[in-house]
Structure formats: structure tokens, C-alpha cells
Design a protein around this ligand. Structure first.
Ligand SMILES: [Zn+2]
Length: 254
């Protein structure tokens, strides 16, 4: 690989459009593929009342060049494509939580299964502690399904929301953190279901108090970097995009 290619890659992996596409590929590789109902959004740094996302697509087909920018009314400001109407829920969370810079929603098999039992994900594994005291439950009455205002209200009290008979939503301070927590939720739900079947015991609150701060400090950035390294092998097309500078690609009406 030439020096110029290395520089190009180094620049691109810090671009929010790369990160949104990479997060979607990471979710796919972690077993969180969700048809076209999975969503990854990242609040725009330059305009906090806007966010970046992808048009309707599978997690595993995401590319940096198809990532679009929307306002909270879901008008496309930059790029080409149609955002999911359900992103109104993400907009409502961003409006209500200034500390949140990324929101992810997926229908991973194990979180979707556990969500039918009307309970939260148990602390059966060390990594599960990323969800410790962060969870809420949304008992969806379908009127309307996953109502934006009710979502924002629920996220006033949690960062990880299990949605009944549906899946999970994660809100976090960064896209890296949202991605890792969203994948951990799926793995932790898988372990939960297996552990309950054999009478497994959960980690204690005291144990969590010792471990959670360092887990969040080191596990999230190190895991994100390792997962991006893996994407260089498994999804090299993510790293070949020639992206125009942000703000120079006008919206294309759909
Ligand atoms: Zn969904």
C-alpha cells in the first residue's frame, strides 16, 4: 500500500460518513442485521439539529458515499436517498438529549427474542456490564408504533431501550460507543438466554462498580479500532471512497 493510500484511509476513517457506514457493517458482522429496519445515525458536529444516516438498505451494503444528512423534520440536506420515516424517533431523542451524539436501532435475533419476555438483559458476562443500570423497557402499544415522543420520554431515564417484541435502541455520546454497546446488547442477550437455561448467576452490583468505569474507558475505543481493522479485510470497499468535502454535495430530491 502506498503512502498516499495510507493517508487517504487515515483521513476517511475519521469522516462521519465513513463511521456511519462502518458502524452498519460492524452491526451486520455482529449478527444484528435487521432487514431494512435497522438504523444508525450520528449527530452532525457543525449543526447539532441535523444528523447523518443511510437511506433504506441492509447493514451489510452500507457505503460512505451513500450516507445522507437530514434535519429533524427528515428533510435531506446533503446526499441522495430517502431516510426512513422511523428516524423521527432518532430526531426526538437528539432534541431531548443534548448529550447524545449517536443513536442505533437493530432487530438482532437475541435482543428481539428477549424483548418478548418483558425483561431487561441480565449481567451474566463481563462485557454485559456496558449495559449495567443503563436499560429501559418500552412496552409498545402500537398507537403509533414506536412513537417518537414516547421514545424521547423513555430515553430521559436510560441509554439502552428494549422495545417489546421488536428490538433495541441505543443512545450514546459517540457513534463508536453506540456501536459497541449495540453489539454487546445482542451478545449479552444471547448469553442471558443460555445462562438462564442452566441456572447461571449474574454479576453483582459491587463487581460492576469496580469494573464499569474502566470497561467504558478502554473497551469501547479499543474494540472500535479492532473492528475497523477487521473491516479492512472483510469490507475493503469501505476504504476506497473518494468523498467530497462535507457541505459540498447538495441534496438530490427523491
Ligand atoms: Zn425496528
Amino acid at each position: 500500500m502506498s503512502v498516499s493510500q495510507l493517508r487517504t484511509n487515515a483521513r476517511d476513517v475519521e469522516d462521519v460518513r465513513f463511521k456511519v457506514a462502518a458502524a452498519r457493517r460492524i452491526l451486520a458482522e455482529a449478527g444484528c442485521e435487521s432487514g431494512v429496519g435497522g438504523h444508525v445515525t450520528a449527530r452532525a458536529e457543525d449543526h447539532p439539529d441535523t444528523f447523518w444516516t443511510s437511506p433504506f438498505e441492509f447493514f451489510d451494503e452500507a457505503l460512505p458515499e451513500t450516507v445522507i444528512k437530514c434535519d429533524f423534520a427528515l428533510r435531506v440536506l446533503e446526499g441522495e436517498g430517502r431516510p426512513s420515516p422511523s428516524l423521527a424517533g432518532h430526531a426526538a431523542i437528539y432534541a431531548a438529549r443534548p448529550d447524545v451524539n449517536a443513536v442505533i436501532h437493530h432487530h438482532g435475533f437475541y435482543v428481539a427474542t428477549l424483548s418478548t419476555a418483558y425483561q431487561s438483559i441480565g449481567m451474566y458476562h463481563l462485557d454485559s456490564l456496558l449495559l449495567h443500570r443503563a436499560q429501559g423497557y418500552y412496552d409498545d402499544d402500537g398507537n403509533p408504533p414506536v412513537a417518537p415522543a414516547k421514545l424521547a420520554e423513555a430515553f430521559a431515564h436510560c441509554d439502552v431501550l428494549l422495545i417489546a417484541n421488536h428490538g433495541v435502541m441505543v443512545a450514546a455520546e459517540s457513534l463508536e460507543a453506540a456501536t459497541i454497546v449495540a453489539t454487546v446488547a445482542e451478545e449479552a442477550a444471547r448469553i442471558h438466554l443460555a445462562a438462564v437455561a442452566i441456572g447461571g448467576k449474574e454479576l453483582s452490583d459491587d463487581f460492576a462498580a469496580h469494573v464499569v468505569p474502566s470497561l467504558r474507558r478502554s473497551h469501547i475505543p479499543e474494540t472500535w479500532e479492532a473492528l475497523v481493522r477487521r473491516l479492512r479485510r472483510t469490507a475493503p470497499e469501505l476504504f476506497t471512497a473518494v468523498l467530497p468535502p462535507i457541505g459540498t454535495r447538495p441534496a438530490v430530491a427523491q
